[in-house]
Design a protein around this ligand. Structure first.
Ligand code: HEC
Length: 147
């Protein structure tokens, strides 16, 4: 826990002046989740491949319906998503194309907790969060629109 508190203190200092620098901030967040994950598994290394699998993995919910993060965020996180229940457009999740993403630790934690509980029934682990952000950072090319 001590490690986490130090990491949080560092992060809070960062978010104060780098709201624009979403990529740098997302990298910091991934590094923090990685540090926490290493507490449970010293060999943990954040993985783009694992993040991508997790993002697209369909999980059967209480209603019996299968949902993945990609169900709303689309298979390409550089594209705008669409909410499966409300039909509302969701701005792209990748911090490379959307400067507003992963800029606020508290918001990111709140969204992770909510969406992970919605989809998985539990919060995501720090390892899953580290993989997730590490994967999103590699998605920088929106799908070409058919002309
Ligand atoms: C039912 C639709 C839906 C599903 C499924 C979904 N999300 Fe989201 N997610 C949203 C919406 C809507 C937003 C945008 C809210 C906003 O723009 O502030 C969002 C935003 C986020 C953010 C905030 C990023 C930021 O800094 O702005 C994170 C993190 C996130 N989702 C993680 C996940 C994860 C992890 C999963 C899969 C376990 C997931 N989401 C599945 C609808 C969904």
């Amino acid at each position: 826990m001590k490690k986490l508190n130090i990491a949080l203190a560092v992060l809070l200092g960062l978010t104060a002046f780098s709201a624009q620098a979403s990529v740098a901030n997302a990298e910091k967040l991934a590094a923090i989740y990685t540090t926490v994950a290493k507490g449970a598994n010293p060999d943990f290394v954040a993985s783009v491949a694992d993040g991508k699998v997790f993002f697209n993995q369909k999980v059967k919910g209480a209603s019996g319906k299968e949902t993945a993060c990609a169900s709303c965020h689309t298979a390409n996180p550089a594209d705008a998503g669409k909410h499966i229940a409300t039909g509302k457009t969701i701005k792209p999740l990748s911090p490379v194309v959307n400067a507003k993403r992963f800029s606020d630790y508290d918001k990111v934690e709140a969204k992770f907790t909510k969406h992970c509980n919605d989809i998985l029934g539990v919060d995501c682990t720090p390892a899953q969060k580290a993989n997730y952000i590490t994967y999103l950072l590699t998605e920088s090319t929106p799908t070409a629109k058919a002309k």
